[in-house]
Design a binder for this molecule. Structure first.
Ligand SMILES: [Zn+2]
Length: 467
C-alpha cells in the first residue's frame, strides 16, 4: 500500500462511517474497519473527518478582465485551492472573437499544464457562435469537455451570446449529452440603467447593485430555461444571486427539466450593505450582492436541493485595482477571492449553524459538481477505484480569516477577521499528500487535465442524487 489514512470518520454524500482507507497508484483500493497491511506512508486521522476532495467548478485564474488580470495564475490558484481542501478545479477557455475554438482550448491547457498542482478541467465558453464553433462541439466532447458557458451579458466587453446563439449551442449540446451553463443578466436593461444613473451622477458603489435589479437576473434565467426546454438540453445557471432566480430554477425542476444551479460564498455571506461602506469596491462582482432576504432564500435553496452546487467564481484583484472604483463603480474589475475558503465557511455557517449536515456539505462541494459535470465516480466520492483525492478535516481547529494567513495571491480578504471553527489539515491529490498542517509540498505541473464524460441517461434525469 502506498498510503493509509487511519482512524478517520469517512463522510461521503451518502454515508458516514469510521474506516481506514488504503491507496495504491493514486487510487483508493481498500476501505476497511482496520488496514494492517504495511504502507509507505500513514496519515493519522483520529478524531477527524475524511472527505472526498472538494471540486470548485467555477474559477478564473490568470483572466484578463476590465483593465486588470486576476491575481492568481494556475500555480498560485491551485496551491491556494489545495490548502483549502480543493482537489479539482474547473476554469474556462473563453474564445476570442473569430478564434478557432479548438485553439482556444489548446492555448488554455498550455497555460494550465505546466503550473497546476491539482487536477483541472475547463468549461468551453464560445463568444462567437458561428458554424465552425457548432461543428467543433463533437470534437470538444471527444476531448473530454462536455460543458459550455455562454454569457447572456457583457455586451460591451464582446462576450455576449444572443438568444439564437444560445439556442443553437443548446441544440447541439442535446445531441451529444453536454450541459450548457449561462451567466444570466439582461445586458440591454442593465446597460440602460447604468447609463441613466451615471447621467444623474449616481456612480457610488450601491448603484452597481441598483443598476442590476433582481429581475435582470431572473428574466434571463427564465429565458435561458425556455430555450433549454425547447432544445431538450441540460441547463446550468452559474452564480445565482437572487431569490427570483432560484425560484425560476425551482419551477423548472418541478416540471422535471434537467436544470441545475449554483450559488457562491459571496452571495451567502455578504449583502449589498457592503456597497455603502468605504470598502464597497472590494465587494464589486457580477451579479452584485443582494439583500438579506435573497441571502436567506439562497441558503434554503441549497438546503432543499434547488441549487445543487456551491462554487466560488474565484476572480481576485488587488486592493488598489478594486479601489479604482471608489467614486465610480464602473472602474472596478469584477470579482472576489474565494477559492481557498469555501469548505471552512460552509462547514462553519452551514453545518455548525444547523442548516445542513456533513453529508450535504460533501454533496454541494464535491459529489454534485462531479455528477453534473461528468467526473463521477472518478471524483466526488470515496469508493474503491476512485481517485485518492481526500481531505482530512479537523472539526475542532479554529482559524481567523486574513489575507496574510491565506495563500491566494491577493492583498485583501473579504472575510478578514471572521472566526471559524473547523478546517482542512491534510489534502491528498491522487494519493500524494500535497498539503499537511500548514505546509504545502508539491511540484507545479503535477496536476492533470481531467477528461470528463456525461452519459446519455442523465439527460432525462431531473437531478443527480442530492442527500
Ligand atoms: Zn465567473
Amino acid at each position: 500500500m502506498d498510503l493509509v489514512i487511519k482512524g478517520g470518520k469517512v463522510i461521503t454524500a451518502s454515508d458516514t462511517y469510521k474506516a481506514d482507507i488504503g491507496v495504491r497508484d493514486g487510487k483508493i483500493v481498500m476501505i476497511a474497519d482496520k488496514i494492517e497491511e504495511p504502507a509507505k506512508r500513514v496519515v493519522d486521522a483520529t478524531g477527524k473527518y475524511v472527505f472526498p476532495g472538494m471540486i470548485d467548478s467555477h474559477v478564473h485564474f490568470e483572466l484578463p478582465f476590465q483593465g486588470a488580470v486576476s491575481g492568481d495564475d494556475f500555480a498560485t490558484g491551485t496551491r491556494a485551492a489545495a490548502c483549502g481542501g480543493v482537489t479539482t478545479v474547473i476554469d474556462f477557455a473563453i474564445q476570442a472573437k473569430g478564434e478557432d475554438i479548438l485553439e482556444t482550448v489548446k492555448k488554455r491547457m498550455a497555460s494550465a499544464d505546466p503550473k497546476t498542482y491539482i487536477d483541472y478541467s475547463l468549461h468551453v465558453a464560445p463568444t462567437d457562435v458561428n458554424k465552425d464553433v457548432l461543428a467543433a462541439i463533437p470534437e470538444l466532447i471527444k476531448m473530454g469537455l462536455p460543458s459550455f458557458k455562454l454569457f447572456m451579458t457583457y455586451r460591451k466587453e464582446g462576450l455576449i451570446s444572443e438568444d439564437g446563439d444560445l439556442f443553437m449551442v443548446l441544440r447541439e449540446a442535446r445531441k451529444y449529452n453536454a450541459i450548457v451553463g449561462v451567466h444570466a443578466e439582461n445586458a440591454y436593461v442593465l446597460e440602460r440603467l447604468i447609463e441613466q444613473f451615471a447621467g444623474e451622477g449616481k456612480t457610488q458603489c450601491i448603484y452597481h447593485a441598483l443598476s442590476r435589479p433582481n429581475f435582470v437576473e431572473a428574466e434571463c434565467i427564465s429565458r435561458g430555461i425556455k430555450w433549454a426546454e425547447e432544445a431538450g438540453s441540460r441547463f446550468y445557471v452559474f452564480h445565482v444571486s437572487t431569490k427570483e432566480g432560484a425560484w425560476e430554477i425551482a419551477a423548472a425542476r418541478a416540471k422535471g427539466l434537467p436544470v441545475f444551479g449554483e450559488t457562491c460564498p459571496s452571495y451567502l455571506f455578504f449583502t449589498e450593505e457592503k456597497y455603502k461602506g468605504e470598502n464597497g469596491p472590494l465587494y464589486v462582482l457580477t451579479p452584485p450582492l443582494r439583500t438579506a432576504l435573497d441571502q436567506e432564500v439562497l441558503w434554503r435553496s441549497i438546503q432543499m436541493g434547488t441549487l445543487q452546487v456551491v462554487s466560488t467564481d474565484h476572480c481576485p484583484f488587488q486592493k488598489a485595482e478594486k479601489m479604482r472604483g471608489k467614486d465610480d463603480f464602473r472602474n472596478t474589475p469584477n470579482g472576489l477571492p474565494c477559492v481557498e475558503t469555501t469548505l471552512m465557511l460552509l462547514h462553519n455557517d452551514g453545518v455548525l449553524k444547523g442548516r445542513f449536515d456533513l453529508q450535504h456539505l460533501v454533496a454541494v462541494l464535491s459529489y454534485n459538481p462531479s455528477v453534473i459535470f461528468g467526473m463521477y465516480p472518478r471524483k466526488g466520492t470515496i469508493a474503491i477505484g476512485s481517485d485518492a483525492d481526500l481531505v482530512v478535516f479537523d472539526p475542532e481547529k479554529e482559524f481567523t480569516m486574513s489575507a496574510a494567513a491565506l495563500h491566494m495571491n491577493v492583498d485583501y480578504s473579504p472575510f478578514e477577521g471572521k472566526r471559524i471553527k473547523g478546517m482542512p489539515v491534510v489534502t491528498i491529490s491522487r494519493g500524494d499528500v500535497i498539503y499537511e498542517n500548514g505546509e504545502f509540498k508539491a511540484e507545479p505541473g503535477r496536476g492533470k487535465f481531467v477528461k470528463r464524460y456525461l452519459p446519455e441517461a442523465l439527460t432525462t434525469s431531473p437531478e443527480p442524487a442530492v442527500v
